[in-house]
Design a protein around this ligand. Structure first.
Ligand SMILES: C[S@@+](CC[C@H](N)C(=O)[O-])C[C@H]1O[C@@H](n2cnc3c(N)ncnc32)[C@H](O)[C@@H]1O
Length: 231
């Protein structure tokens, strides 16, 4: 068992090294909420999906709103059978394709320029860090709706409307930790109305560099909840 744990720790460090080489969008658009998932959050999300859920290795994986490809490339690195990355923005997809060459995973991800509404098919696992709907109300709901339609298991990040100061403090203390929290009543209903079940919700601190005018500080910090949905 010790050896397996050691191997996984090394794999997580290697994964984070790879994710940090995935370039961000050169000119992110605020209307599409194009910020890149921080390396520590992507690493942990992929780690949970791969080693807690067993939902990456030999699975078909969809990264919805893939941006420049961190989650998709991480899934390919961890042994997914196939990976598709979809984004409405052509520049994101061009950078994602360059990124796959940069990290030695060329040809391992199918990159597609498409709106989330156009996605169809069936995937074992959907990973998504969707627009949170800060700019366009309901944007994350469109993503969740689609993910639940096409994915057997869904790992989806959603902005927490209000984070208590104690939770923030704990997450700041160890920024790569995820803390188990209760689902929002709205999202729980949303998921259950579609015949699905929330398997777990984990809060995580997101710290992204200031990129848009509506970010007032140098670093924009907020709490996101990772929803794991199956059923
Ligand atoms: C918060 S960013 C996340 C990017 C990437 N998944 C990551 O975590 O680094 C949201 C992404 O969703 C994409 N997006 C926004 N609206 C979309 C839509 N209607 N259909 C497909 N992709 C969309 C944006 O272009 C952006 O790349």
């Amino acid at each position: 068992l010790g050896r397996i744990v050691q191997k996984r720790i090394v794999r997580k460090l290697e994964l984070e090294a790879l994710l940090s080489r995935v370039e961000q969008h050169p000119a992110p658009r605020s209307d599409l909420e194009q910020y890149t998932i921080p390396v520590n959050v992507a690493g942990k999300m992929l780690y949970v999906a791969a080693y807690v859920g067993g939902d990456i290795e030999d699975k078909s994986v969809l990264d919805l709103g893939c941006g420049t490809g961190r989650l998709a490339l991480g899934a390919a690195y961890l042994g997914a059978a196939s990976v598709v990355g979809v984004d409405v923005d052509k520049v994101s997809i061009e950078v994602a394709a360059e990124n796959s060459r940069r990290v030695g995973l060329e040809g391992k991800v199918s990159w597609v320029v498409a709106d989330v509404a156009a996605v169809c098919g069936r995937f074992d696992t959907v990973l998504q860090n969707p627009p949170f709907g800060v700019q366009r109300a309901g944007a994350d709901r469109r993503f969740l709706e689609k993910a639940l339609k096409v994915g057997t298991v869904v790992y989806s990040l959603h902005k927490r409307p209000k984070a208590g100061s104690k939770l923030l403090e704990r997450l700041r203390y160890d920024q790569s930790e995820f803390e188990t929290v209760a689902p929002s009543p709205f999202l729980r209903r949303f998921v259950e109305d579609r015949g699905r079940k929330i398997l777990g919700v984990y809060a995580v601190l997101m710290s992204v560099p200031r990129m848009f005018d509506f970010h007032s500080e140098r670093k924009h910090e907020f709490v996101a909840d990772l929803y794991v949905i199956g059923g």
